[in-house]
Design a protein around this ligand. Structure first.
Ligand code: TYM
Length: 332
């Protein structure tokens, strides 16, 4: 089976619909077709400043949501990044293969550091994509299911894999991004040309998996739509309506064409009202299951410990061969 690795940051009290539709949703069926590794990336979560108690809580909430949306620890390897020290160790090696200019060209770094200012931007944020490359390469992943915003980081990962292979001998698989176009960029409900994002969206622009469905309904009702009244799918000229149609289609399983036909002659208000219901029906069972997992943190931690052990069974030999190839003297 081809190998998959992907990760998600525990930086919020809930995942949002962008995370779900762009990434998580695609992780679930891959459990049947791929050898899957899914990771809560807590090392990445400390690159922008954080609160320790909150991080610990959010790491568990993240794992619980991953289970709630359909990841099954019997069929995938679900683990916390810091439980597998080889991630940080391989990241160091990869840091030493990456050019300053190369890392400086990452648009996510440029955006985030511009917002924070140079004095508050950490070196950790600068090397974030290199740690991400290490996450992927440690497991020899063939495919990495992510949203569109991660494409550049995967390009860097591929470049680093190739560079290592040419310099030190074939070691890493060069991974392919797995990006499902239709849902690769869910946009902000208040600013439909920007991506939905926990760091930049306003609370009203973002729908969280764990939020009160009544509150989500309100946000959908006040979503920015476009001039005109027609419900058609045209991301360029009608980004707001098109985003709502994308979400509706993905959550209901109805195609965009079906929805457009069904709403022919109806107004934005009808679409929003029905979408709010679809969202409510979708999040309710996820919320119940998440809460049930969180009710037993001991069990959750045990499950994550088993995941880490399975992950290390792959990560340890990879790092060992890397150390050997780069000329580190094996401990006697
Ligand atoms: P994070 O936690 O920021 O995002 C998790 C996943 O959600 C996707 N995503 C979106 N997809 C569509 N529309 C949106 N509005 C939207 N917002 C977020 C992201 O593309 C991502 O797939 N750097 C990664 C975490 C990471 C990782 C890895 C991923 C660390 N190591 C190794 C893959 C492989 C990130 O952005 O996480």
């Amino acid at each position: 089976r081809p190998r998959v690795l992907s990760g998600i940051q525990p930086t919020a009290d809930s995942f949002h619909l962008g995370n779900y539709l762009g990434a998580l949703r695609n992780w679930v069926p891959m459990q049947e077709t791929h050898d899957t590794f899914y990771c809560v990336v807590d090392l990445h979560a400390i690159t922008m400043g954080h609160d320790p108690a909150l991080l610990r809580k959010r790491t568990r909430i993240s794992a619980a949501q991953m289970l709630a949306v359909g990841l099954d620890p019997e069929r995938c390897t679900l683990f916390v990044q810091s439980h597998v020290p080889e991630h940080a160790q391989l990241a160091w090696v990869m840091n030493c293969l990456t050019g300053m200019g190369e890392a400086g060209r990452m648009v996510q770094f440029k955006d985030k550091s511009a917002k924070q200012g140079a004095d508050r931007t950490t070196v950790g944020l600068f090397t974030y994509p290199i740690l991400q490359a290490a996450d992927i390469l440690l497991y020899h992943a063939d495919a990495v299911p992510v949203g569109e915003d991660q494409r550049q980081h995967l390009e860097l990962t591929r470049d680093l894999a190739q560079r290592f292979n040419t310099t030190f001998g074939r070691t890493f698989t060069v991974p392919q991004p797995f990006i499902v176009k239709d849902t690769a960029k869910i946009t902000d409900l208040q600013d439909p040309t920007a991506k939905m994002s926990k760091s930049s969206s306003t609370p009203n622009g973002l729908i969280e998996l764990l939020e009160d469905p009544a509150r989500a309904a309100k946000k959908i009702r006040s979503a920015v739509t476009d001039t005109g009244r027609e419900i058609i799918f045209d991301p360029e000229h009608k980004p707001g309506v098109s985003n709502l149609l994308t979400i509706y289609s993905a959550l209901s399983g109805r195609t965009i064409e079906e929805l457009v036909a069904a709403y022919d002659g109806k107004g934005y208000g009808d679409l929003k009202k029905d979408l709010a219901e679809v969202v409510a029906e979708f999040v309710k069972p996820i919320q119940q299951r998440t809460n049930a997992y969180l009710d037993d943190p001991g069990q959750l931690d045990k499950m994550l410990a088993i995941g880490a052990e399975k992950a290390r069974a792959v990560a340890v030999p990879t790092l060992r061969s890397v150390y050997d190839r780069i000329g580190f003297l094996a401990p006697g």
